[in-house]
Design a protein. Structure first.
Length: 133
């Protein structure tokens, strides 16, 4: 990545004050979506006598205790359970990468596109842009 010169920063600031609006687009995609009723984090199970507080993912765990063994088998990242508001659709898991990237909220929509990409849309933006087929 390049570092912008002071003159470049000044030029961009001046351009931002122009009255020409950005090009406008209308959505014409068809997506699959579920309104989110509930979001729950999967927790670590209770471990009897586990003293290791390290992280298997960061390499600081002891590697021998019950917690380390659980993380080795299940993965160090906790999953999240999303429960849809629509009847007839059960809860499903999303991984930490989805949560970190999209930061979904209850009331918004879990969205899947034709190419399989999964996303999140706030309720107002989704409802203003899409009509159920």
């Amino acid at each position: 990545m390049e570092t912008a010169s002071p003159q470049r920063i000044k030029d961009v600031m001046e351009m931002q004050n122009t009255v020409t609006p950005m090009p406008r687009y209308q959505c014409h995609k068809k997506v699959w979506a579920l309104k989110i009723a509930k979001i729950e984090r999967e927790g670590l199970p209770a471990f009897k006598g586990a003293t290791c507080r390290g992280s298997y993912a960061l390499g600081s765990a002891c590697g021998k205790c019950e917690r380390c063994e659980w993380e080795r088998q299940h993965g160090p990242q906790m999953r999240t359970i999303i429960t849809p508001a629509e009847r007839g659709f059960g809860p499903f898991f999303v991984d930490q990468a989805y949560m970190d990237k999209h930061k979904p909220d209850v009331g918004g929509y879990y969205v899947q596109y034709d190419d399989g990409y999964k996303s999140f849309s706030p309720a107002k933006a989704f409802e203003d842009g899409y009509t159920r087929l």
